[in-house]
Each structure stands twice: as structure tokens, then as C-alpha cells.
Write a protein that binds this ligand. Structure first.
Ligand SMILES: *Cc1c(COP(=O)(O)O)cnc(C)c1O
Length: 377
């Protein structure tokens, strides 16, 4: 069965006469729990909630393409999910290997807290599997592919093999791809981690994240971290997340196809340089991305002459909503260097293709590029 079909099936309730096809959010703090409550499924909502259970079941099916034995835990943000992996795995003296171009906040969390508490941090770029050189004595290898915002790709399966030989666990930040497109656990990773505020939920209205694992001991460690740290998702968000999941296949297919056509169009423009998109034949890791991803994704980036040109371009484009983040149903973009923290040019634009009709998007991008060029002449 295709993942898309399985995902839709996973959002349905059991067929019982006269009951809703999809369940609603369960709002509860304590649950009824009489007598010896040790075997009761739900007692107190910091530890478990039926709406999480449904969302987690659907995510486990997606992460493993239906393979059994996968446990998924949801968290209130992608960073809460990342913190759960760092916190449940790393102890003083341990070595963590991160991409030097990893999501900025993940790097900061490591540098501001975990290294202060005695974890040794090693960093190398995503491209050319450079992190593989730093694995000796490592406890955790953290990968992010394609990297964000520069779209570098590494070989998950090869790095997992290398890391496991060195005795390290592997976690993949899969936020840009989603588990529909890329399956870290099936390529050998120990943790599949994501910010699901992006393509996974897709409507720019909720923050959530998840961690999926195959190993029962790792699942228990993450459960304990969530219960002790209180890093819990609200039932309303969990329900919205489940509802959004049903359209993930449609949204991802459409936005990836749109991103491809936009990238191809941008490559024809003389006023645009460095169009970075794994779907392009010109991308250095196109073949690897084609092998390990089902979709090339919604996100692409390109560079305009300078900061002013990029700002004017975004202001002139009517169909690009200026916002950070990516993976929305509508096309969003930003001049990425406004935040600092990434090694990129001042005119670097990150674009996340939405689900609009692609001809409208390309016409709008063309008129915005022309407007900026004419304004400058
Ligand atoms: C957004 C993002 C995160 C952080 O997720 P939040 O949900 O914002 O906490 C982590 N990694 C990547 C690659 C992201 O894009």
C-alpha cells in the first residue's frame, strides 16, 4: 500500500454505526482512574492523551511505511523534539557531531546548554558527508538533509553505517522533507526528528514536532524525558495536526512540482544566480537526492544582486508572502540573511513553493524580477 493511502486510512476511526468518521480532540488533564490504576491507558495528560495516540499512530505508519515496531512521540515544537533527543542521549563527556550548517537554533541549544554541561561538540558541513570524518568516539551523529537554507545533501544510509561502526547513534532532522518523502528509520537512523510546523502540518497555524524510533529502550527514554520535562502538545494542536496530515500527500506533491518549475524558470534568468534545488540537474547531489527522497521538496533558494534587490523583489511579488519558515500551502519567501547566523549572501532568498497554480507563480516572479531590474536601471 502506498504511504498516501495508509496515511488517509490512519485518520479514520473504527467503523461503528453512527459515530464520527474522524475523532475530535480529547480535552482532559486527569482522567477517571479508580483503584489500582497501573494498567489504565490514560491517567494524567502530561504522560498520555488519546489525541496524541492517534497522531502518533499515523506518524509511525508514515515513518516506517507500515513496518511495525516503530514508536513515535509528539512534542509541542520541533525544538522540543530535538531537545528530547539531546537530553535523553547526551551526558557529560559524550561527543555530539552536528552539521555546521544545521538549523541555527539546534546549534545554539547545543552550544549554550549541552557543551556548557560537558558535551563535546564537533561540526562539519552537510555536503560530501563531511560529518563522517568526525565520528571517532562519538555518541550522537545529528544529520539534516537537505540542509536549510543552502540545500546541501548527505547520504543518510552511508553515514548511518559509518556511525554505527563507530558506536554512535544517528538522528536525522527531517523537517524539510517530512517522513512521506524521506525515511530516516528505514535508511538505518535511530531517530527520525522533525519540526512539523512546516510541510507536515502545512497551514502555518500550529507548532509541533515529533521523534520516531525503532528501539524500545530509546522510546522509553524519550517517554521519560517528555513526562519529566513536561514538554507536551495540547490536544487541540494534536487534532489539527492529525487533520492536516490527511492532505500531506496532495500538498507535498503539488508544492514540490511547483518548486521544480520555479527553479527551472529561475535558472533561465540572468539576474538570478546560485539557484539551489536538489531537483535540478545542476545540483551537485541531484542523483543522491533522487535516490533517497520521494520528492525534491517545496524549498529552494537563489541569490539576487544585493540585499536591496532581494527586499525589493519580495515587496514587488504579489504571490510571495514574506514570512520566515516554509512548507505552507501558500508560497512564502524571505531574504534569509536578515536573521544572521547562516553563511549566505545578502541577496540570498529562500522560497517555499505553495500549492497555487504554477503559471500564476512564475508570472508573478517574472514581473517582480523585471520590476526590480527596471527600477534599478
Ligand atoms: C523549524 C525547524 C526546526 C525547529 O522547529 P520548531 O518547530 O520551530 O521548534 C528544526 N529543524 C529544522 C530543519 C527546522 O526547519
Amino acid at each position: 500500500m502506498d504511504d498516501a493511502t495508509r496515511l488517509l486510512q490512519a485518520t479514520l476511526t473504527e467503523a461503528k454505526q453512527g459515530t464520527p468518521m474522524h475523532s475530535g480532540p480529547v480535552f482532559a488533564a486527569p482522567f477517571h482512574a479508580m483503584g489500582d490504576a497501573a494498567g489504565v491507558d490514560y491517567t494524567y495528560a502530561r504522560a498520555h492523551n488519546p489525541t496524541w495516540t492517534e497522531l502518533e499512530r499515523a506518524l509511525s505508519g508514515l515513518e516506517g511505511s507500515g513496518q511495525t515496531g516503530i514508536s513515535t512521540l509528539v512534542f509541542p515544537s520541533g525544538m522540543a523534539a530535538a531537545a528530547a533527543v539531546f537530553g535523553s542521549v547526551l551526558r557529560p563527556g559524550d561527543v555530539a557531531v552536528l552539521p555546521s550548517n544545521a538549523y541555527y537554533v539546534a546549534r545554539q541549544l547545543m552550544q549554550k546548554y549541552f557543551t556548557e554541561m560537558g558535551v563535546e561538540l564537533r561540526m562539519a558541513p552537510t555536503k560530501n558527508n563531511a560529518q563522517g570524518e568526525l565520528l571517532q568516539g562519538a555518541k550522537l551523529l545529528w544529520l539534516e538533509t537537505p540542509s536549510n537554507p543552502t540545500m546541501e545533501v548527505c547520504d543518510i544510509a552511508a553515514l548511518c553505517e559509518q556511525a554505527h561502526r563507530a558506536g554512535a547513534l544517528v538522528a536525522v532532522d527531517n523537517s524539510t522533507q517530512t517522513a512521506l518523502s524521506q525515511k530516516p528509520l528505514l535508511m538505518g537512523a535511530d531517530f527520525s526528528v522533525a519540526s512539523d510546523a512546516k510541510s507536515m502540518s502545512g497551514h502555518s497555524d500550529i507548532l509541533y514536532g515529533h521523534v520516531a524510533v525503532k528501539d524500545k529502550t530509546l522510546a522509553e527514554k524519550l517517554q521519560q524525558w517528555r513526562r519529566l520535562s513536561g514538554s507536551v502538545l495540547g490536544p487541540m494542536e494534536a487534532w489539527l495536526a492529525l487533520r492536516s496530515l490527511a492532505t500531506l500527500p496532495l500538498r507535498l506533491e503539488r508544492s514540490s512540482a511547483n518548486a521544480m518549475k520555479i527553479a527551472e524558470f529561475l535558472e533561465t534568468r540572468k539576474d538570478v544566480t546560485d539557484v539551489l534545488y536538489p531537483g535540478l540537474k545542476s545540483h551537485p547531489d541531484h542523483a543522491l537526492a533522487a535516490r533517497q527522497q520521494r520528492y525534491f521538496g517545496a524549498v529552494l533558494s537563489f541569490t539576487l544582486r544585493d540585499a536591496e534587490t532581494a527586499n525589493n523583489f519580495l515587496a514587488s511579488a504579489n504571490l510571495i508572502t514574506e514570512a520566515t519558515s516554509f512548507g505552507s500551502v501558500v508560497t512564502t519567501g524571505e531574504r534569509r540573511a536578515r536573521w544572521g547566523g547562516d553563511a549566505i549572501a545578502p541577496g540570498f532568498v529562500r522560497l517555499s513553493a505553495g500549492c497555487e497554480a504554477v503559471d500564476d507563480l512564475i508570472a508573478d516572479i517574472a514581473q517582480a524580477l523585471d520590476a526590480v531590474r527596471i527600477g534599478k536601471a
